[in-house]
Design a protein around this ligand. Structure first.
Ligand code: SAH
Length: 221
């Protein structure tokens, strides 16, 4: 991909991106590092060219296979929650999708492990992460409801598809001091939850209502 593709033209200009950042601030995102990463990342390369003029709107966008790239506000909010108690080192993401959230995380933590069940989405995401020269990411094609036991434990887990209830495997793969950010619930309406694992046990906090695609079982080619 050429420089022009990354920098963006027209609707993807710096001013358009700055407007998005202002909107995220207005919506309550406070972490300056998160806002900086979102300002600088070319979101337009994570969607089909036909949609690239909408890439800096604060809206979810289709990425094919019935899946969506999350709204920037949600990406910012989840990342902010994950990082709220200091830096994270090994972070597991479930639902690579376009790779956008993966790319945000890769610039903010040491190592990202990301699992996607739909092969063609993973292939495209891999290409984009390569374009951005993000090398601290490992991708796996699998059902992420099982986590990634070989790479655990993780001090952060971020889930971008909603299960009806939290998979026990994910809590098991959380280290002491670890944080899990996950949308939970069926029927397209869910609650975003923050789960923390401490010496004393597991705590759970409900953050806000969200809408995610469902976390589905099994991997498909
Ligand atoms: N983080 C993504 C959001 C993609 S939407 C982005 O920034 O673009 C959620 C993704 O979760 C979809 O790609 C979907 O295929 C994937 N998914 C759903 N259930 C899954 C599962 N059990 N394991 C892994 N990925 C899953």
């Amino acid at each position: 991909m050429s420089d022009v593709d990354l920098r963006g033209i027209g609707m993807t200009s710096q001013r358009t991106r700055d407007r998005l950042i202002q909107r995220l601030r207005d919506e309550g995102i406070e972490n300056a590092a998160v806002l900086d990463v979102i300002r600088n990342i070319p979101r337009h390369i994570f969607v089909d060219e036909a949609l690239s003029h909408r890439a800096y709107e604060d809206t979810a966008l289709p990425i094919g296979q019935g899946q969506t790239l999350s709204q920037p506000y949600i990406v910012a909010r989840m990342t902010e929650l994950l990082l709220a108690e200091g830096p994270r080192h090994r972070v597991l993401e479930i639902g690579t999708g376009s790779g956008y959230q993966t790319a945000v995380l890769a610039q903010m933590v040491d190592q990202v492990f990301s699992v996607e069940r739909i092969r063609p989405l993973q292939d495209k995401a891999r290409q984009r992460l390569r374009t951005l020269k993000l090398q601290n990411v490992q991708l796996k094609h699998a059902d992420g409801g099982m986590g990634w036991p070989e790479q655990g434990p993780f001090d952060g887990i971020l889930v971008t598809a909603a299960p009806e209830s939290i998979p026990a495997e994910l809590i098991e793969q959380l280290s002491i001091g670890g944080r899990l950010v996950i949308p939970v619930g069926g029927g397209g309406q869910q609650q975003l939850k923050l789960i923390q694992k401490t010496e004393e046990g597991i705590s759970s906090e409900t953050i806000e209502a969200v809408r995610f695609v469902p976390l589905l079982a099994g991997a498909i080619r």
